[in-house]
Design a protein around this ligand. Structure first.
Ligand SMILES: CC[C@H](C(=O)O)C(=O)SCCNC(=O)CCNC(=O)[C@H](O)C(C)(C)COP(=O)(O)OP(=O)(O)OC[C@H]1O[C@@H](n2cnc3c(N)ncnc32)[C@H](O)[C@@H]1OP(=O)(O)O
Ligand SMILES: [Co+2]
Length: 133
């Protein structure tokens, strides 16, 4: 069911500053992409085998605001795994008693694909995202 790691996400207070070391180390760093429907602005660092997703809060009710209050310098926010069928993955997670965040309806993520989030408490304190490829 779980495929490749699509990205590792890091919540940051300032995208420009956070992107600098990746740029200086020669990585491919995208421009900022505002995602108002997700309450974040995203920068992607594209690597050979996965991506790093840098997240900055956007708007009043950003879902990462609470995280940054607890971690003002930023920190690892979530891991995203690829799945072939997001609805089948959701239904299997629910059947296993794993908590799906929101109302369980996939949203379109930063790559234009359906995504869902599973509660960090069910994954040893790691917020887990599923993205349909
Ligand atoms: C989809 C676009 C893009 C993409 O990849 O395409 C993205 O990934 S956007 C990413 C931003 N969106 C989300 O993160 C949506 C899912 N997240 C949420 O719904 C919230 O962040 C939530 C519910 C996980 C936490 O919200 P909040 O911090 O406001 O709630 P609590 O303070 O009640 O937290 C409950 C409990 O969880 C711990 N927590 C919170 N965030 C994380 C985290 N990232 N990793 C690990 N643990 C986390 C928090 O400390 C609380 O723990 P407790 O022991 O009860 O204090
Ligand atoms: Co993500």
């Amino acid at each position: 069911m779980l495929g490749r790691i699509n990205h590792i996400a890091i919540a940051v207070p300032n995208l420009t500053a956070a992107a600098m070391p990746y740029k200086n180390l020669g990585a491919a760093v995208s421009d900022p992409h505002p995602l108002p429907e997700h309450g974040v602005t995203v920068v992607f660092v594209t690597l050979e085998n996965t991506k790093v997703e840098l997240l900055e809060p956007l708007g009043e009710n950003s879902p990462i605001a609470g995280f940054l209050e607890k971690n003002p310098a930023g920190g690892m926010h979530h891991v995203c795994y690829e799945v072939p069928d997001i609805l089948a993955a959701r239904d299997r997670a629910v059947a296993l008693g794993l908590r799906v965040l929101g109302d369980g309806t996939p949203k379109i993520g930063a790559h234009g694909k359906p995504v869902l989030f599973l509660h960090p408490k069910d994954f040893s304190g790691t917020l887990t995202e599923l993205e349909q490829i």
